[in-house]
Design a protein around this ligand. Sequence first.
Ligand SMILES: Cc1cc2nc3c(=O)[nH]c(=O)nc-3n(C[C@H](O)[C@H](O)[C@H](O)COP(=O)(O)OP(=O)(O)OC[C@H]3O[C@@H](n4cnc5c(N)ncnc54)[C@H](O)[C@@H]3O)c2cc1C
Ligand SMILES: NC(=O)c1ccc[n+]([C@@H]2O[C@H](COP(=O)([O-])OP(=O)(O)OC[C@H]3O[C@@H](n4cnc5c(N)ncnc54)[C@H](O)[C@@H]3O)[C@@H](O)[C@H]2O)c1
Length: 443
Amino acid sequence: MNMKKYNEILIGSGPAAYKMSNLLAKTSHSVLVIEGFEFGGTCPNYGCEPKIFLEGAARTVLQSQQLVGRGISQPAKLDWQALMKTKLSRFDPWPDETHSIIEKSHDVEEGYAHFIGDKTVSVNGRQYQADHIIIATGQTPNILDIPGKEYLHTNYDLLSLKTLPSRVAVIGAGFVGLELATLVAAAGADVTMIIHSDRVLREFTRAEDKMLVEAMKERGIKFIFNANTQKISQLKDELIIATDQGEVRADYILNVTGRHPNIEKLALDNTNIKYDHHGIKVDDHMMTSVDGIYAIGDVVSRQEPKLTPVAEFEGQYLFDYLTGKTTQPITYPLIGQAAFTFPEVARVGVNADSVAGDSQYQIKRIPLKYGSLYAGQNDQVSTLTLVFKGKQLVGASEIGDYAADDINNLIPIIGLQIDGNEYRQKVMTIYPTLGDKIAGLLP
Ligand SMILES: Cc1cc2nc3c(=O)[nH]c(=O)nc-3n(C[C@H](O)[C@H](O)[C@H](O)COP(=O)(O)OP(=O)(O)OC[C@H]3O[C@@H](n4cnc5c(N)ncnc54)[C@H](O)[C@@H]3O)c2cc1C
Ligand SMILES: NC(=O)c1ccc[n+]([C@@H]2O[C@H](COP(=O)([O-])OP(=O)(O)OC[C@H]3O[C@@H](n4cnc5c(N)ncnc54)[C@H](O)[C@@H]3O)[C@@H](O)[C@H]2O)c1
């Protein structure tokens, strides 16, 4: 068979591969990009971007509800069908547009790639080789393996759902579950969350986790903890979810029980690439156990959270490494995280719970609700938690309506190890925002 050879083959076109594809477009390298589903991957098509687009309207509704009796007489109402129409008109063209952008600079194959050996990739019956093969195939939702699993929906379905169901059951309460539950509840659905453990986001402190659940409950979202979902059945026009804590009746079921690496279709067992259930194993240059084959983005088995900026950072690093701009191992910057719930939760650095009782660390909890900014929104929960080691801020987390933006203010202080005196001398932030409080909080 006549086999075409490239400098690079990128498998996947999500944020990790797309970053590399854009960088490689500025070189003379020959590149093949292979995508099996929607060009652009999870984030722009059925992840971060449509989620945050829809969240804009949800936030307006929830904020207006919070201000009823405090100057707002009629809370805003969300028209799901109209909102979804605007969402679809914006997002439907994205995969084709991304495809066209990639095709301007590189060869493209539409189809799922698999390995037929350590050096050869096959797609659509054609075989290819390259100096470097880069696996950037991301993750896909776990689907509960229970009777009635055909009734389960994922983020992909919900983020394009044209009609809002009356009752939505959400199985799982991680980032995806909590964010999408917030969205459909704001639109008027009756939401029940079914959680197999006793808490929600483990990345946050227990106090924040509890406050988030309480705040969501106050807005009518129901939580059933320590419940194992056993079976789903349909009775007339409703779905019955049997759990070991009783039955839940719903019109729509969102399965958000975590995600696993997209490796099944790659036929890695035809190669010597090592992997586990967290993903493909790489060294500190993102190389797999096979020379010349690399992995980046969510498909990698690593400690760092599975986020778009992390995927893009790895794409940039691998480009720099393969084009000789660096020989250094990858070192990750400080990574901030947020769940776009209402209120939001956001965090960075050392988790206060993990160092509670350790005399090397000091923890400060600052209720923000007294500040006019937060009081004006009737944001009763806003609490900032700071962790210091000596004089240095090493961790921060917040629950509150603007937690993600607030924590973003603190990431440079921790990441660049800026001390209080230097900060006060060189920075004057906009008043009144959280920024103006920071100078006073740093020792
Ligand atoms: C609902 C949701 C909300 C999210 N919100 C945020 C957020 O707010 N902020 C944030 O930072 N992150 C968020 N994320 C995570 C973010 O989407 C991912 O971290 C990011 O998309 C990872 O990029 P990637 O390129 O590694 O993989 P992906 O974006 O998943 O792309 C992988 C691509 O590879 C393709 N592929 C798979 N197998 C093959 C094959 N064999 N051959 C060819 N192609 C293949 C897939 O079709 C896919 O297009 C969210 C995720 C979800 C699900
Ligand atoms: N705002 C953001 O940055 C954002 C948003 C969405 C997703 N993400 C990324 O995507 C990743 C995946 O998110 P996710 O929500 O799919 O996964 P997750 O790991 O955050 O949450 C999965 C949830 O499902 C639960 N679960 C697992 N098995 C279950 C079962 N059998 N029954 C009931 N519940 C079960 C877990 O306890 C957990 O609460 C996140 O870790 C994050 O890195 C980020």
